[in-house]
Design a protein around this ligand. Sequence first.
Ligand code: HSE
Length: 426
Amino acid sequence: MKRAGVAILGLGVVGGGTYQILTEKREYFKKTQGVDLTVECVLEKNVERARELGVEEDKIANSIEEVVSNPNVDIVVEVIGGTGVAKTFVTKALMSGKTVVTSNKELFAKHWPELEAQAKKMHAGLFFEASCVGGVPIIRTLQEGMQANKILSIKGIINGTTNYILTKMANEGSSYEEALKEAQRLGYAEFNPTADVEGFDATYKLSILSSLAFNKKICIENVYREGITGVDKEDIAYGKEMGYTLKLLGIGKDTEKGVEVRVHPTFVKNDNPLASVNDSFNAVHLVGDAVGEIMLYGRGAGALPTGSAIVSDVIFAAKHDQYFYANFKNNQQGNKETKFVKDFVSKYYIRLSVMDKAGVLSKIAGVFSKNNVSISEVKQVSYEDGKAQIIIITHECGESLVKKTLDKLQSLDEVYGVKGTIRMED
Ligand code: HSE
């Protein structure tokens, strides 16, 4: 039977889940996978936490040097997070020829090329299933299940915190601030929620996923990013009335014009499968040229879901002697030949506060027409003190045309303001 010794760096939520799965299911893995996995040591500042989890005293390491010089350790699991000490530890592990399994999307999105170069040099494995969409096996699907396809698009709800917040705003009419507070109370959102709510977490994940999907390095700088902090509950409610659900989507498309990668709040039709992915759940929708559409759904965070992804990497690493690395030029700056689409084409939801008097609607329609932006739906939604709110849904058009249209509208005396602009995706 194959054997592998594992070290776990960091015993927070995910480290604890990983420890639990590895220790409680050792016999199960022997039977079902033919591998004997043992936790040889852990590295955790909070020694009490290690003891609480039942780690034996002699398995609590004092330093990374102790971990990487341990001959019984074959695989190092990094679940510390961030790019500081985690990067130092991962680099040391790879330099010692240990295979690394990480859940660290920020580290991976920012430093994948140099970590991979180090792994290749030492013939070590570098696994990162848990870095994107937690327990949902999207990386392995892209690497091993979709090879027959050119992947045309990837669209996903890849951040559970923002999905929880948007679901609460939609279902309960909460404001962004109220929903965020509740997400923090439940432990979904961090005390400093920036990484999630400003879309950084989703950007890291989309850069990794779209690199694998399109077989080209997509750097985080190539991803357009907009978070959910500016989302107004009124737009969610009006969208709902009109048959749309608001989601923070990560969208990647590989078209003849180039690659487009973006993270932003997006209205999807209620019958789109992504519309029914609620609360902290995640989902990724892929279109391959042979298979057509597929969708993966599940938990994107949490001790056991993320632990599941980590342990599946550990098992894979333990069963294979040859590892695979990126098939594309994995440069820190990306490949200069890759073309990116910046002027995204999409449908738009636009909410305007306007003067409620004769001729205003036709004047507004004229601005759209002049800028070659075609209107698909119009709705007047409220009347108050001589003001009306008009919602306009456009046909697909380039972002630059929409911007010109909005600039012109803002300058009209009859328009009090553009209250909401949200991209839409079929
Ligand atoms: N904070 C992330 C989320 C989980 O809310 O989905 C880990 O990436």
